[in-house]
Design a protein around this ligand. Structure first.
Ligand code: FMN
Length: 232
């Protein structure tokens, strides 16, 4: 029975990790779109046991982080809250790409809690990245399969809209603790770190569409998440 007919509203669990805030903002806008459709939204933020400071603070430490994340180093996370053991109509698993892989906290979540939280549930992944997400998706898909998650749709992917090579240089410097968007030469070519406000609105629109799909039974896989705004 649909909520407007007096039934229970559909529920969505948003499990996410965000290091520099980009996934966090996308998830908040997406949740606002879901709520507009009357969907009940629950957030579970993955919290590293030892807080990861952003920015890391030096070029050397940024290289080191890139290297260890390439080898999929896990970042231990705190215990999940009890809300993760409830039933949901959909789980959205969101986080950044780290050296072509899912981030360390998301990998820890999948290793330790993946089966408990995701098995037999419909899971929609969301990836926030600079621009290179295919290997991340390939690895994540394998992990989701191992956890017994059901995923009928392709992931939601948002890439940073700045042009290369400035995007790569800009993200690297930002992680190191510099302000590339304020430097004279680079600032002219790279004026923003992360996602644009149009992409935030696109996340809201996706939230509305997912909400409509949950209410109507229209399959998620029919929604086009690969738009020119999300993937410029
Ligand atoms: C250690 C590290 C490695 C990264 N590696 C990649 C990568 O391989 N491909 C990519 O497109 N973006 C990469 N990025 C950029 C992030 O995915 C991107 O900035 C994302 O929007 C950050 O999301 P967050 O703010 O939620 O953490 C990397 C970022 C970090 C910190």
């Amino acid at each position: 029975m649909l909520p407007e007919q007096g039934g229970q509203p559909q529920t969505v669990l948003l499990v996410y990790y965000s290091y520099s805030g980009q996934t966090g903002v996308l998830i908040n806008r997406l949740a606002a779109g879901l709520k507009e459709q009357g969907i009940k939204v629950f957030f579970e933020k993955l919290k590293p046991v030892n807080h990861l400071r952003f920015p890391v603070g030096s070029i050397f430490r940024t290289y080191l982080m890139m290297l260890v994340t390439f080898f999929r180093r896990r970042v231990p996370i705190k215990e999940l809250s009890p809300k993760c053991s409830r039933e949901y109509d959909l789980v959205i698993l969101a986080g950044p790409t780290w050296s072509y892989n899912p981030s360390g906290p998301v990998l820890s979540f999948l290793d330790r809690d993946g089966r408990d939280v995701l098995a037999g549930r419909e899971v929609l992944p969301l990836i926030s990245c600079r621009g290179y997400w295919r290997m991340h998706w390939w690895g994540l898909r394998k992990k989701l399969d191992e956890c017994g998650a059901l995923f009928s749709s392709s992931p939601i992917v948002f890439t940073h809209p700045s042009k290369e090579p400035w995007r790569t240089i800009g993200v690297f410097l930002k992680i190191a603790g510099r302000n590339p968007e304020r430097s004279g030469f680079l600032g002219k070519r790279y004026n923003r770190f992360g996602h644009s406000s149009e992409q935030m609105e696109e996340a809201f629109r996706f939230g509305v569409q997912i909400g409509q799909s949950l209410k109507s039974g229209f399959p998620l896989r029919e929604i086009n998440f690969k738009t020119d705004i999300a993937l410029p």
